[in-house]
Ligand binder design. Structure first.
Ligand code: NAI
Ligand code: MG
Length: 327
């Protein structure tokens, strides 16, 4: 079965790292039918288009989206982030943000864990507003929106994932202070847990989790948390597992079109130099294959990427080395 994939190379190093990801997928013997979408900062500067409604509708019929990075220094901040990245997340209801973290090969205490971040609610839902803006009496509120439905589907996904791994799931929140949203998360977590009795559970306050990420990450298998905590924790996770060149992510709606991208941006400072590390984009490609049910190819690519973490070379040389390893 051929998978139909929308490819958004984007700006800067985006198209280069995506090309390596597609090269590695082909080397793993997986056939894709790709549809290219010219979107991002460069496109916006050319004709003002960020993302058209018809494009979103077309995407719904695809199997997955593979994105490099979007954004150019000439475009004011927010235009592309809100108009393209956030819009994809909300319009396609990509309610799971999944990021894997694996220690580097030289680690004394190797770790391998995944953060599941709720991706559509919390403080990022856009609730709130200003009163008396730009006056000495101004007020700004930005509430955290947590629905039982949204929290439960996220927690359920995390339990399912843990079942296929080391069967351990940690809820991260701040229940001691956020006594309303934290209560909803904790109650939902405990209720869903009764349906996954083979998964052991733990709870960490988010501030304690920051310490454990640095001092004892081996304790984690799968973590589930809300949008804001997940955003921050997953950048910390990236920092302890080799940095931006290795950080991959999946934006998922299980059973529907989902989006896969490296965490890094378009890196205008190194664009066009063939020096960008393609590994984050290649791991993102493996997450996409996982989502498409190509488990064997996905795990071969992940293993090849782990082994390639210490290699030096250009973007294309690293892509070739990983492709050779998976062949
Ligand atoms: P950035 O991630 O593009 O770059 C930060 C630093 O990391 C730079 O020094 C860059 O050279 C380096 N870097 C990034 N990826 C690398 C790779 N694969 N290999 C080697 N070095 C790498 O973040 P920055 O500079 O804040 O943003 C640049 C542009 O990218 C902006 O327009 C921003 O809005 C956009 N952006 C887009 C994202 C996306 O498409 N999801 C995410 C983050 C930023
Ligand atoms: Mg972030």
């Amino acid at each position: 079965m051929t998978h139909r994939i929308g490819v958004i190379g984007g700006d800067g190093i985006g198209p280069d790292v995506v090309a390596e990801g597609l090269k590695v997928i082909a080397a793993a013997g997986i056939e894709l039918e790709t549809v290219n979408y010219d979107l991002g900062g460069a496109r916006y500067l050319r004709d003002g288009v960020v993302l058209e409604d018809e494009t979103i509708e077309e995407w719904r019929a695809l199997d997955a989206l593979y994105l490099g990075a979007v954004g150019t220094p000439e475009v004011p901040p927010g235009v592309i982030e809100r108009g393209l990245l956030l819009r994809m997340r909300f319009d396609l209801d990509l309610y799971i943000n999944q990021r894997p973290f694996v220690s580097t090969a030289d680690a004394i205490d190797p770790f391998d864990f995944t953060v599941i971040r709720e991706n559509t609610e919390g403080t990022y839902a856009g609730e709130g507003g200003f009163l008396r803006r730009n006056t000495p009496e101004e007020i700004a509120t930005q509430g955290s929106v947590n629905t039982r439905h949204g929290v439960e589907r996220c927690i359920r996904y995390a339990f399912e994932l843990a079942q296929g791994r080391a069967k351990h799931l940690t809820l991260v929140h701040k229940t001691n202070v956020l006594t309303f949203s934290g209560d909803l998360w904790e109650r939902t977590f405990n209720e869903v847990a009764t349906q996954y009795t083979d998964v052991t559970t733990a709870y960490n306050h988010v501030d304690a989790a920051c310490i454990y990420f640095v001092e004892d990450p081996t304790r984690y298998d799968v973590i589930v948390t809300d949008n804001l905590f997940g955003d921050i924790l997953s950048d910390l996770g990236g920092a302890i597992s080799g940095g931006i060149g290795f950080a991959a992510s999946a934006n998922l709606h299980p059973g529907r079109v989902s989006m896969f991208e490296p965490v890094h941006g378009s890196a205008p400072d190194i664009a066009g130099t063939n020096t960008a590390n393609p590994i984050a984009a290649v791991i993102s490609a493996a997450l996409m294959l996982e989502h498409l049910g190509e488990h064997d190819a996905a795990s071969r690519i992940i293993t090849a990427c782990e082994n390639a973490k210490t290699l030096k070379g250009s973007t294309t040389e690293l892509g070739d080395a990983i492709a050779d390893a998976v062949r």
